[in-house]
Design a protein around this ligand. Sequence first.
Ligand SMILES: O=C(O)C(=O)C[C@]1(C(=O)O)C=C[C@@H](O)C=C1
Length: 276
Amino acid sequence: MSKLNVAIQGVLGSFHHQVALRNFGEDIEILDFTTFEPVARAVANGDADFAVMAIENSIAGAILPNYDLIDRYGLSIRDEYYLPIGHQFMALPGQTIQDITEVRSHPMALLQCKAFFAQHPHIKLKEDTDTASVARDIAAGNWKGVAAIASSIAADIYGMEILAPDIQTVKSNFTRFIILQKESVKPATEANKASIKVTIQNQKGGLAKLLTLISENGIDLSKIQSIPVIEKPWEYAFFIDLVFEDHAIFSQTIEEIRTSFGEVKIFGEYISRKCN
Ligand SMILES: O=C(O)C(=O)C[C@]1(C(=O)O)C=C[C@@H](O)C=C1
């Protein structure tokens, strides 16, 4: 039987890679890309069975362009995964923090460690494609004075020394990843969460009306994100995550939103994996 192809952004040891292995097991084929767009494309054109895509982080917030990719490439959300993120500040063995003049990492990782770098202003920040590829490149190029921010798994794989552990601004740091596939998935019978998109006209009280409707139906709105409608400057679509106990009430709520606001796109119905 052929292995599952799973598209990710990042290389061996990246956080995406870790989520792919934890979610699908070790016996998979990883298709790795340096940016998110080819990840979405690989699923849309059938090269990959699934994709793993980071969507928001508890310190740095949403990865807005990824909402647009899911929408534009017609992808379905089949599941979600919350990964605890510990960022290790690492370099070639034998150096101290004072020897480091530059740190490279994924922009989301740099954002999650802002407080640490405020205390070390001699270190220049540079955005790179992913956390682990910087560790790999430092090792391959024998670059002294350059550090990576990546996981301890990446430090082991690429032979880096950790100069400062867990440098994320708050210890408890999570990234929420979504698992994507092409066709709309038959929802799990126990699905209690859904991701939807609603476009509402800019009219007085429009958003308040939508939120009231959701709340009065007893549904928990766990996330709302506005995304610009690029063909219509200054109009916004709302990407909303809803958590519910009763699927029938969720379906009825969607019908009520359709009646009042027009088209509602459902990206997926799945099981909430959030643990408090
Ligand atoms: O660079 C990595 O290792 C990634 O998997 C990317 C990524 C992200 O896209 O947010 C994943 C988790 C962390 O939030 C930091 C970076």
